[in-house]
Design a binder for this molecule. Structure first.
Ligand code: ZN
Ligand code: ZN
Length: 537
């Protein structure tokens, strides 16, 4: 069983597990119907993928313009800040936090906000401050847990219990009375009504096969665990078909108070293989899983936003937001966006005063308790009348992880590989202003930013809390293979991508600032003629 200090003991844990795995291998190929036991958890301090080959990410070619502080938007400068932000997550891992990272309202998160405010102050934004707020509601925190496939001599000589080390309990799971439950397993495919037809899950531990296509955010299996629990399953294991053996945490795969876990790719493959082989051997009724879970809810928490402005000639604001919270390293989600926010604040503080007031918000976000933007609105009623637009920076640079060129030996498709191109981002403009959409069309054309071809009106992510302002909101966002997983590491974010995102957003904010406000707030289909279609800036 993991204890609360498992972060401290992680290296020892991984080494010990590797030793167990190799010992089990030596017992011959008969244990577990000949299925190799899964490897240990992929070390969450390191990338799951290889990002260090000779084929580097597609380059960013931006000259420093005379008289402009363009060096503040260089990839190397932004990567330095992203490193610092990711380090706050590693501080949480070292402290033994169970759901580690920059989870809102935790010490590592508060340190991230304090650091951001310090950087904004140093950049000359004199009013930069940490705005604390009381969190309504509680934060679910697991204390200890275990997912173990129970060995049985009938499964082959040398079969011993296997603990799935990537298993992570999902939000809301209550402490199991008596500490643990042991029950037969039932595989339910993707957990659709079709998959569940004729399958009795009551009193069993169900396994759902989850495909992160293109991420847990886009996965069709969202909510399947809750549906299966509602049909009487004692627990659910979401087996993610992802690279390595990573940790995942996402509320859309939880199931209320029923114990629900997500396991990484290698653990999931072992579990599914074993179910299949046990069924073929007529031994499925003997295949059992033990789930253990103890958890609690923390209350009385304080979280914070980091807020600073660059006063403009008008008090009307353009808000630039990036959420500072995240799970695990959160290299892309959202150290990438926060690093670009800090870079943009430095850049604009060195420029002549803008027409509009620029308000930079490192938000308390939405990973963990509370909602940063909603708390910001409550603390700043003036935003209701004084805001022109909200620009959100979220998951702005990420090397694409794709199905590659070689078939996987476990026949789950092609082996995952990293691409030299970035994952395409979804552009959202809530009012579909033709002016804003024209500016966005220059992100790929003039700055090499990878986006989907067609923009939309949807803006998932941190902008939800700003909706009450009733003003246009815009962003680009992507959620890749390692979304909300320990594979979302520092190395997954290319310096070139950060630079492209920062350069485009500096351009974007400048163009919006200088344009007639009517163009920004104009609705879909409003007449608009682009003044200039070249890329000069
Ligand atoms: Zn997220
Ligand atoms: Zn995010």
């Amino acid at each position: 069983m993991r204890d609360r200090r498992h972060g401290l003991a992680l290296a020892a844990c991984i080494a010990a597990a590797a030793a167990v795995a190799s010992a089990q291998k030596e017992k011959g190929a008969t244990a577990w119907f000949g299925t190799p036991v899964p490897p240990p958890l992929s070390d969450p301090r390191k990338p799951v993928m290889n990002y260090a080959d000779g084929f580097a990410p597609a380059p960013a070619h931006f000259a420093h313009r005379p008289g402009r502080p363009d060096e503040l938007l260089d990839g190397a400068a932004l990567k330095k800040d992203q490193r610092r932000i990711v380090d706050f997550s590693l501080e949480s891992l070292a402290a033994g936090d169970a759901i580690w990272g920059r989870r809102a309202a935790t010490p590592a998160f508060m340190h991230t906000i304090e650091w951001t405010v310090g950087e904004l102050k140093a950049a000359g934004l004199k009013d930069a401050s940490v705005e604390r707020y009381q969190v309504q509601g509680t934060m679910w925190t697991p204390q200890s847990w275990k997912v173990q496939v129970v060995g049985d001599a009938a499964f082959g000589a040398g079969t011993e219990d296997v603990t799935l080390q990537s298993a992570l309990p999902q939000a809301g799971g209550a402490t199991i009375a008596g500490g643990s439950i042991t029950a037969p397993v039932v595989f339910v495919g993707r957990g659709t009504d079709t998959d569940l037809a004729g399958r009795d899950v009551a009193g069993k531990i169900a396994v759902v096969h989850v495909r992160p296509e293109p991420s847990l955010f886009g996965s069709a299996e969202q909510g399947a665990a809750a549906r299966v629990a509602a049909r009487g399953a004692l627990g659910v294991i979401n087996a993610v078909e992802g690279p390595g053996n990573a940790l995942y945490y996402d509320p859309r795969f939880a199931c209320g108070q029923t114990p629900c876990f997500i396991v990484g790719g290698q653990d999931g493959w072992f579990l599914e293989q074993t179910i299949g082989k046990a069924a073929t051997a007529g031994l499925l009724d003997r295949l059992k899983v033990t789930l253990a879970l103890a958890s609690d809810e923390k209350s009385g928490l304080t979280s914070a936003n980091g807020v600073a402005t660059i006063p403009g000639r008008s008090s009307k604001r353009i808000i630039v937001n990036a959420h500072a919270d995240g799970y695990f390293q959160g290299g892309d989600d959202n150290a990438s966006g926060l690093a670009v926010l800090v870079g943009l604040a430095r850049y604009f503080s060195k420029r002549p005063p803008p027409a509009h007031t620029l308000m930079f918000v490192a938000s308390g976000g939405h990973h963990g308790p509370g909602n940063g933007p909603a708390s910001l609105l409550a603390a700043h009623p003036e935003l209701k009348t004084d805001t022109l637009l909200v620009v959100n920076l979220e998951h702005v640079a990420y090397l694409d992880v794709v199905r590659g060129k070689t078939r996987a030996t476990n026949n789950t498709g092609m082996v995952w590989e990293t691409s030299v191109t970035e994952s395409a981002k979804a552009v959202g403009v809530t009012n579909e202003s033709p002016f804003l959409i024209d500016l966005w069309s220059r992100a790929p054309r003039c700055f090499g930013v990878a986006t989907y071809q067609a923009p939309g009106a949807g803006v998932p992510g941190d902008l939800g809390g700003y909706r009450a302002l009733g003003v246009p909101m815009t962003q680009m966002i992507q959620s890749g293979t390692f979304y909300h997983s320990s594979g979302d590491v520092y190395e997954a974010v290319p310096a070139e991508g950060l630079e492209r995102a920062a350069r485009f957003h500096a351009y974007f904010v400048e163009q919006i600032d200088q344009a007639p406000e009517a163009l920004v707030i104009s609705a879909k289909g409003a007449p608009y003629h682009a003044g200039r279609s070249d890329c000069s800036w």
